[in-house]
Design a protein around this ligand. Structure first.
Ligand code: NDP
Length: 245
């Protein structure tokens, strides 16, 4: 039986590593991108060359019409989604809570939380019909512990934790598991935007003495997504090199 995995924001960073890992594990992989079409197509090519069924699909996850059209295209090309990795996310520039404008606040919620809601709502009918499915949401340690000057980002990532735990309870009778990964400081474009000094500080503050790599998160996400985690649901797996102790 084929298992189609959709990785939102699979074009770069953590999502790219997750898509690659799932491809290596034998899933058929739908790679969602918004802006980075070329990078997503290149990854799909790489996976196909390695014998995996993979394709890239564009959609702004904050736009429900685009999400619907993307799901339709995935169903036509690869088949219905049985494994959903909600990874697409944005982090607005750091700043004081009272300086965040409505646009930034609303857009961050629309992508980081609304995008997950849209994808889950679209994936669920098939999963409920099959009484089988697995959803992994990417949260953040900042959603667990809070972060000064990152209020909106941290609030969206806390919302992801509430969504994960609540949906896990709601969907467990239908044999659909919902878990989350809470990464720490992972070396991607998102983190690199903070500048080299901050990156060095964050690495120094991490007990394991380095920044995480996208592959560190991909291993955890793939574990939670797959059958080895068949009795695990509603969990938030922290992948942070000991940062949150
Ligand atoms: P990057 O900025 O490196 O990559 C973000 C990815 O999300 C890109 O593939 C981008 O696609 C996609 N994306 C952004 N907005 C949208 C959108 N509206 N619709 C579809 N895709 C979108 O980030 P990371 O890889 O670092 O982050 C991935 C996830 O991990 C995020 O949810 C982030 O919050 C979370 N995270 C990251 C941490 C870190 O330290 N890096 C720590 C904790 C959590 P494209 O380029 O095609 O537009």
């Amino acid at each position: 039986m084929t298992n189609v995995a959709l990785v939102t924001g699979g074009s770069r960073g953590i999502g790219r590593a997750i898509a690659r890992k799932l491809g290596q594990q034998g899933y058929d992989v739908a790679i969602n991108y918004r802006r980075s079409r070329q990078a997503a197509e290149e990854l799909a090519d790489e996976l196909r060359r390695a014998g995996c069924n993979a394709a890239a699909f564009g959609a702004d996850m904050a736009e429900s019409g685009e999400v619907n059209a993307m799901f339709h295209a995935i169903e036509t090309t690869l088949g219905p989604v049985g494994t959903l990795i909600n990874n697409a996310g944005i982090a607005p520039p750091s700043g004081l809570f009272q300086d965040a404008d409505d646009e930034s606040w609303n857009r961050t919620f629309a992508v980081n939380v609304g995008g997950m809601r849209g994808a889950i709502r679209r994936a669920l009918p098939h999963m409920l019909h099959e009484k089988r499915g697995s959803i992994v949401n990417i949260s953040s340690i900042w959603g667990l512990r809070g972060a000064s000057c990152e209020t909106v980002y941290a609030a969206t990532k806390s919302a992801v934790i509430g969504l994960t735990r609540s949906l896990a309870l709601e969907l467990a009778p239908s044999n659909i598991r919902v878990n989350a990964v809470a990464p720490g400081c992972i070396e991607t474009d998102m983190l690199r935007s903070l500048g080299p000094e901050t990156l060095a500080d964050l690495a120094a503050q991490t007990p394991l003495g380095r920044l995480g790599m996208p592959e560190d998160v991909a291993a955890a996400a793939a574990f939670l997504a797959g059958d080895e985690a068949a009795f695990i649901t509603g969990q938030i797996l922290t992948v942070d090199g000991g940062f949150t102790g």
